[in-house]
Design a protein around this ligand. Structure first.
Ligand code: AR6
Length: 189
């Protein structure tokens, strides 16, 4: 059974955490934890391409042909194809090297660049998976702290079109870790 939604309001926008499958979300955009080649892969990337159909890959191919591979911490936008979400924002989180390769800043950048792109496209709502904590091996406790902090600081710094940000966590353990990161961050205000 899905756990209850956890939510806070920051600067007129709602930040919430749910347990679920991001491919089923009906926010304006969902974010893909992609790799620099943008040709699909395993994990959430594979699930998004499977559910959204070939139109997403086609646009990814055009993007890479035009601007090359997507650097870590950057983001691009494509159609959502057959998904409920109109758009997919593809970002590349850092691979975890024990914290020695600027991973925290790169992860923060992946979240903030995705939000910036959503705002530039006048989107109102956006869903994020837990970027980098699967195949890329970023420890969940550290990643969740950076993730909630990055989103909260983006929302605090400016009022944009974005009124709803949802973390969609695939399993109950990840959901609990993100809820506790959000609680801790809010308690420190
Ligand atoms: N909905 C929400 N979250 C999901 C879903 C889903 N349908 N499926 C998996 N997750 P990962 P990364 C969670 O490995 O670590 C790919 O091959 C999953 O449980 O997808 O950033 C790319 O092509 C985990 O918590 O992304 C890259 O090569 C989280 O999504 C590489 O993996 C992220 O796990 C990126 O690795």
């Amino acid at each position: 059974m899905e756990k209850q939604t956890k939510e806070v309001i920051i600067n007129q926008a709602r930040l919430s955490i749910i347990e679920g499958d991001i491919t089923k979300q009906s926010t304006d955009a969902i974010v893909n934890a992609a790799n620099p080649g943008l040709m699909g892969g395993g994990g959430v990337d594979g699930a998004i391409h499977r559910a959204g159909g070939p139109a997403i890959l086609e646009e990814c191919q055009h993007i890479v042909a035009k601007q090359g591979r997507l650097p870590t911490g950057k983001a691009v936008i494509t159609t959502g194809g057959k998904l409920k979400a109109k758009d997919v924002i593809h970002t590349v989180g850092p691979i975890w090297y024990g914290g020695t390769k600027n991973e925290a800043d790169l992860l923060t950048s992946a979240y903030k660049e995705s939000l910036k792109l959503a705002a530039e496209n006048n989107l109102v709502s956006i869903s994020f998976p837990s970027i980098s904590t699967g195949a890329y091996g970023y420890p969940q406790a550290e990643a969740s702290k950076m993730a909630v902090k990055a989103v909260a600081s983006f929302l605090r710094e400016q009022v944009t079109s974005i009124k709803e940000v949802v973390f969609v966590l695939f399993d109950s353990r990840t959901y609990d870790v993100y809820c506790s990161a959000l609680e801790k961050m809010m308690a420190q205000q």
